[in-house]
Write a new protein. Structure first.
Length: 318
C-alpha cells in the first residue's frame, strides 16, 4: 500500500508506520458454528440420526473438524501459511458452513496479498454469522473486509465496512485505528483525528496504569493525529501529539515531524533544540544531520550547514 503524497511534510520522511492492523486468527469455533454445523448434518442426513452409529459418526466428524481447526491455527501462528490453508480447506470439506475456517482463510489470503480471494472468503463467512450488537466475530469480519479494500487503495469503498464494524462493536480498537488511517488517506483530517482519538482514548482506558513506552501502535496513532493537525494548520496541536509520541517512543521521525511544525511557526530556536534532542537519541542518523543542514542553509548559516552536510555524508557516503 502506498502513502499518498499530501504535503512536503508527509513525504520527507521514510514511511515506517504500520498502516493498518489485521485482527488475529480465531483459535476456537466462533459464535453459532457448532449449532449450525449440527443443523447442517441434520438436514443432510435426517434419516440416519435415529441410528446411534450415525450419531457416533457425527461426533467423530466434529472432532476431526476441531482437530483441523486447531492444527491450522498452530501452523498459521508459525507462519506456515500454505499448510495452514490446507487444514482450513479440509475443515470446509467436512463442514461447508464453518465461519471460523472462512475467516482464517480470508485472513491468510489477505496477508499474502491475495486480496480478492480473501474478500470472497469474508463474504462467505458473513453469511454465517449474526451481525447483532456485541458480536465481536461479525465486527472482525467487517473489519477484515474493509482492510482488504483499503489494501487495494479502495478507501471510499472500505468506509462503510469500517463503520459497520464499529456499529456492532464501538470498542473495536483496530477498527478505530484503521478507519482513522483510511480517512487520513482520503484527506478527511477531522474524521481521521476523531477515530485516532478514540483509539488512543480506549487504549488508555483499557491499559490504565500500564507502560506504553515501547508501544509502536499507540505512538503511530499519535503521529498520524499530529500529521492530520498539521494539514489543518493547527501546528501547536500537532506538536503536542508529536511530543507525546516522542515521550513514548523517541524515534527520529517523530522529532522531524515536530521540526516541520516548529518551522511553520517560525520557532527557529526550538527547531535547533529539537534537532539536538533527536541527535542525542540517534547520533548516527544521517537524515537528522542532513535535515539540519537544509535548515541552516535556508537560514544562510553556511558554515553550520557545511559541518552538518559533512557529518551526513560521513555516516552515509552514498
Amino acid at each position: 500500500m502506498q502513502t499518498q503524497a499530501k504535503s512536503p511534510c508527509l513525504i520527507a520522511l521514510p514511511c515506517l508506520l504500520i498502516f493498518f492492523y489485521w485482527s488475529p486468527l480465531k483459535a476456537q469455533i466462533i459464535v453459532h458454528d457448532q449449532t449450525k454445523t449440527q443443523q447442517a448434518f441434520e438436514e443432510l442426513m435426517p434419516e440416519q440420526l435415529a441410528n446411534p452409529a450415525s450419531n457416533r459418526s457425527l461426533v467423530k466428524k466434529q472432532k476431526l473438524i476441531d482437530k483441523n481447526l486447531k492444527k491450522g491455527f498452530s501452523l498459521a501462528s508459525k507462519e506456515e501459511n500454505n499448510k495452514a490453508i490446507a487444514k482450513y480447506e479440509k475443515v470446509l470439506e467436512l463442514d461447508p458452513i464453518n465461519s471460523n475456517a472462512y475467516y482464517n482463510l480470508a485472513l491468510l489470503y489477505a496477508k499474502s496479498d491475495q486480496t480478492l480471494k480473501a474478500i470472497n472468503f469474508v463474504d462467505k463467512a458473513l453469511t454465517l454469522v449474526d451481525d447483532d450488537n456485541d458480536n465481536a466475530d461479525a465486527s472482525d469480519l467487517y473489519l477484515l473486509k474493509a482492510n482488504c479494500l483499503s489494501d487495494m487503495d479502495e478507501y471510499k469503498k472500505a468506509l462503510p465496512f469500517y463503520e459497520k464494524s464499529l456499529s456492532i462493536d464501538p470498542g473495536n480498537l483496530n477498527a478505530h485505528y484503521n478507519l482513522g488511517y483510511t480517512y487520513f488517506q482520503l484527506g478527511q483530517w477531522q474524521d481521521a483525528i476523531a477515530h485516532f482519538d478514540q483509539y488512543i482514548k480506549i487504549g488508555n482506558d483499557e491499559n490504565e496504569g500500564e507502560e506504553k513506552e515501547e508501544d509502536s501502535d499507540y505512538t503511530a496513532a499519535l503521529s498520524y493525529t499530529g500529521q492530520a493537525y498539521f494539514q489543518l494548520k493547527q501546528y501547536q496541536k500537532a506538536i503536542e501529539h508529536y511530543d507525546f509520541a516522542i515521550q513514548k517512543n523517541p524515534e527520529y521521525r517523530y522529532f522531524l515531524l515536530k521540526v516541520g511544525s516548529l518551522k511553520e511557526m517560525n520557532r527557529d530556536p526550538e527547531v535547533l533544540v529539537t534537532f539536538k534532542q533527536a541527535l542525542t537519541k540517534h547520533p548516527k542518523a544521517a537524515v537528522l544531520y542532513h535535515q539540519r543542514y537544509q535548515f541552516h542553509r535556508d537560514k544562510n548559516r553556511l558554515e553550520e550547514a557545511y559541518i552538518d552536510l559533512k557529518k551526513a555524508f560521513a555516516l552515509e557516503p552514498e
